[in-house]
Design a protein around this ligand. Structure first.
Ligand code: ATP
Length: 292
């Protein structure tokens, strides 16, 4: 038996760091939403009682370092599952890009194996396992749009943001999330994002307010180090984007665009500059369907 599960990327509409905690994690506050750029995770029952994994991107680890592998391992251990699984990841989301690709693969694996192994777990129960894998994984279990606090695992679900286009561009560099957080001085942040305004924009379906309320404190670390990230932001604005922001710890930058006519102008301007450019829609609502 085999099933396929969609694993969408996320973007941060806001990302704030409130303080550094005694356990050395950062206390964050962020609004996240899923976009229609997704990996596909295929799960297949196998004879042997083991987990094995293949990924279409050869540089992604295929062992326990892979978040999807870890998800299967944790679920298997916690619920005493005696069946094996083969995991195949068709990678479409750029890696180490600030789009939670690995986290979303893990979340899709949890949702899919819940079905394949007949575990009957709720999304809340899956989110508990997810928190052991990484801070963004619980959000990815539910998908949709949420305000995340704590390390990212305390979630308040939100309505879908006003519909719009998202043009994503990733410069050819990989950024380590741990390194970016490590270089952030939480007590010296110059500008915190207007999280309350973002929540208001979503509540009132006000696209203009949403585009004006984007903010990510990690730009203070990543922008000075990688000039390309700033250049992409500027190019997007010059080409008519309504709002631009770096997602997560970067280096992917996205533009929010309301009018379809502008999307291809921005897309084409960026294609002359970087290879990895995508024009997609905000999903907004949770899309957790098993594909086949
Ligand atoms: P996040 O926002 O969750 O930190 P990201 O978009 O910054 O995610 P990922 O694409 O998840 O970054 O990759 C981060 C690292 O995790 C990579 O360097 C990769 O080696 C490792 N990794 C583990 N599992 C996966 C996976 N399934 N897909 C991609 N990378 C993975």
């Amino acid at each position: 038996m085999r099933i396929s599960v969609k694993a969408p990327a996320k973007i941060n509409l806001t990302l704030d760091v409130l303080f550094k905690r005694p356990d050395s994690y950062h206390e964050v506050e962020m609004v996240m939403t899923t976009v229609d750029l997704a990996d596909r995770v295929d799960l297949m029952l196998i004879e042997k009682d083991e987990i094995n994994l293949d990924c279409s991107a050869s540089f992604v680890p295929d062992d326990v370092r892979n978040h999807a592998y870890k998800a299967a391992m944790l679920l298997k251990e916690r619920y005493g599952v005696k069946q094996g699984v083969h995991i195949y990841i068709d990678k479409q989301i750029p890696v180490a890009a600030g789009l939670a690709g690995g986290s979303s693969d893990a979340a899709a694996t949890l949702r899919g194996l819940n079905r394949l192994w007949n575990l009957g777990l709720s999304l809340d129960e899956l989110a508990e396992v997810a928190a052991e894998i990484g801070s963004d994984v619980p959000f990815c279990v539910y998908g949709g749009t949420a305000l995340a606090r704590g390390r990212g695992e305390k979630l308040k679900h939100l309505a879908a943001p006003p519909p719009c286009w998202v043009v994503l561009a990733k410069p050819p560099i990989g950024v380590s999330t741990a390194e970016v957080y490590g270089n952030l001085r939480a007590d010296q942040i110059k500008e915190h994002p207007p999280t309350e305004k973002m929540l208001q924009a979503i509540g009132q379906q006000d696209f203009g307010l949403m585009a004006r309320s984007l903010g990510n404190v990690l730009e203070e670390v990543t922008l000075p180090r990688y000039p390309q990230v700033r250049q992409i932001k500027e190019l997007m604005l010059e080409s008519g984007a309504d709002g631009v922001l770096m997602s997560g710890s970067g280096p992917t930058v996205y533009a929010l665009v309301q009018k379809e006519a502008k999307v291809y102008r921005i897309y084409n301007a960026l294609r002359g500059f970087v290879k990895d450019v995508y024009a997609v829609r905000i999903l907004g609502e949770a899309e957790l369907e098993v594909l086949a």
